[in-house]
Ligand binder design. Structure first.
Ligand code: SF4
Ligand code: SF4
Length: 399
C-alpha cells in the first residue's frame, strides 16, 4: 500500500474504503461478509474508512466491525453531516452525537459537510453557528479534521474552498468527469492551497467498468499494459499527485484484492502519451453514445439566468450512456436541489453561451430537448416535493 499525507502529516492509504456499498442481505447489511472484506483491506494497509449518517446502516456496521476487531486507533474514520437535515445548532449536535454512538467512538478523524452543491448552503450553515460549532468540536478533540463533500459546479466549489480554512475536501472525479462538477479545476485549486482531496466515484459507481461500450472494451483489452478497466480508472487518478485518497465502495474480496494491488503498484506521473491516448479513445467511445457533444469545459458559463448548461447536458447524456433513471437523478442533484435552481427552462434565449462553446453546440435548442427528457411530469412532481423538503426553513424557491 502507498500513502499520501494529510495537512498534519498523517499518512493516509491512497485507497480508501467507501462503506456505502456493503452487501445487503434481507434488507440489512451482511455484517460478516462486510467484516471479511473490510478486514482484508485493513490487513493490506487501508487506513481510511468513509461512511455517512445517510448511508443506511453503514455507520453502525462500521462501528461494530471496528470495535469487534479492536482497530479504532489504527484507522481514520470519515463521516458526514447531512446539512439539509440540520436546521439548527441543536439538530447538528443531535446528529453528531448519534453518529458517535453508531460508530462506537468518541471522535471522528475526518468530518464532512455532506453534499454541498452551492455556496448558499454553506452560508446557511454559517447562519446558525456552524463555525463556532466546528471550533468547539476541534478544541475538544471530537473532530480532528473538517472538510466538505461536493457535487455542484466548479465556480461554487472555488467559493466554498476559499471561504474557510478547510483541512480536506471530497469531490467526484474520474476520467469522464475531468471537467464536470469541481473537476480538475477544483482538484488543482485545492492542492494549490495544500488541501488534501479525497476522490469519490472514481469509476462512476462502477459504470467505467460494467457499462463500457464494446469499442472501449476492445481498446482496453488490446493494450499491452494488460490493465483491467478498473485499473485504468484508478491509475488515471493515482497518476495525479494532487489526489490524496481514492474511495472505492468495495463489496467483494476480489475487488479488495484488485484495488489494493493497483494502489500498491501505481505511481504518480506513470501514464505515457500512449496511455492518455487510450483513455481519450475510451472517453470518445463513451461520448459517441451521448446526445450532446458537451465536454463540460464550462466556457459557456456563467449564464446570466443561472442555467447550469453543462449540468443539463451531463444528465441528458447519462440517460443514454448509463440509464434514464441515472441521468435524471444526476440532473436533479446538480441543478434542482441547489438553493437557487438552475433548470434549463430558465433560459431566455439570449444566445450568449453559444458564442463561447468550442463544440459549436446549439445550446438553446439542446437545452429544451434535454429538459423535456430529464423532467417528465412524475419527475417534476418528485423534484418539487424534494425541494420543498430539503429547503424547508430557507426561502421558498419557485421554478
Ligand atoms: S441562451 Fe439561455 S442558457 Fe444561454 S446564456 Fe442565454 S439564458 Fe443562458
Ligand atoms: S461551452 Fe459547450 S462544451 Fe463547454 S460546457 Fe458549455 S455547452 Fe458544454
Amino acid at each position: 500500500m502507498q500513502y499520501r499525507k494529510d495537512r498534519c502529516g498523517r499518512e493516509l492509504s491512497i485507497l480508501g474504503y467507501g462503506c456505502m456499498r456493503f452487501t445487503r442481505k434481507g434488507g440489512a447489511i451482511d455484517l460478516d461478509k462486510a467484516e471479511r472484506e473490510l478486514m482484508a483491506a485493513f490487513r493490506a494497509g487501508v487506513n481510511y474508512y468513509d461512511t455517512a449518517y445517510l448511508y443506511p446502516g453503514s455507520e453502525s456496521a462500521l462501528g461494530e466491525i471496528v470495535e469487534r476487531n479492536g482497530i479504532r486507533k489504527q484507522i481514520a474514520i470519515a463521516t458526514k453531516l447531512p446539512h439539509y437535515m440540520a436546521g439548527s445548532r441543536a439538530a447538528i449536535d443531535r446528529i453528531f452525537d448519534e453518529e458517535l454512538r453508531r460508530l462506537r467512538t468518541d471522535y471522528i478523524d475526518y468530518y464532512l459537510m455532506h453534499m454541498l452543491t452551492d455556496f448558499a448552503q454553506w452560508e446557511r450553515l454559517k447562519s446558525f453557528g456552524i463555525l463556532e460549532w466546528i471550533e468547539e468540536k476541534k478544541r475538544s478533540g471530537a473532530i480532528r479534521n473538517i472538510g466538505f463533500s461536493y457535487h455542484g459546479g466548479a465556480d461554487q466549489f472555488l467559493k466554498i474552498l476559499d471561504d474557510y480554512d478547510w483541512d480536506f475536501c471530497q469531490i467526484q472525479y474520474n476520467y469522464l468527469d475531468e471537467h464536470t462538477q469541481a473537476g480538475v479545476t477544483g482538484l488543482k485549486a485545492a492542492a494549490a492551497k495544500g488541501i488534501p482531496v479525497i476522490i469519490m466515484e472514481p469509476l462512476r459507481g462502477g459504470k467505467l467498468v460494467g457499462l463500457l461500450p464494446e469499442e472501449a472494451r476492445r481498446a482496453i483489452a488490446a493494450s499491452p499494459r494488460g490493465w483491467t478497466a478498473a485499473q485504468w480508472g484508478l491509475r488515471w487518478l493515482y497518476d495525479q499527485p494532487e489526489v490524496t485518497v481514492v474511495l472505492s465502495g468495495m463489496n467483494s474480496l476480489e475487488m479488495v484484492e484488485e484495488n489494493v494491488k493497483t494502489a500498491s503498484d501505481a505511481r504518480a506521473g506513470e501514464l505515457t502519451m500512449e496511455d492518455h491516448e487510450l483513455i481519450e479513445r475510451v472517453r470518445r467511445s463513451i461520448r459517441e453514445k451521448e446526445k450532446v457533444p458537451c465536454t463540460g469545459c464550462r466556457y459557456c458559463m456563467p449564464c446570466p439566468k443561472g442555467v447550469d448548461i453543462p449540468g443539463a447536458f451531463y444528465g441528458y447524456n447519462a440517460m443514454y450512456a448509463e440509464s434514464k433513471t441515472s441521468g435524471r437523478k444526476q440532473y436533479a442533484q446538480a441543478v434542482a436541489l441547489t438553493r437557487e435552481p438552475c433548470f434549463a427552462t430558465q433560459c431566455v434565449g439570449c444566445g450568449r453561451c453559444e458564442q463561447h462553446c468550442p463544440q459549436g453546440i446549439p445550446i438553446r435548442e439542446k437545452l429544451k430537448e434535454a429538459d423535456r427528457a430529464l423532467r417528465p411530469l412524475p419527475w417534476r412532481i418528485g423534484i418539487a416535493a424534494a425541494r420543498a423538503f430539503l429547503l424547508r426553513g430557507t426561502k421558498a424557491d419557485k421554478e
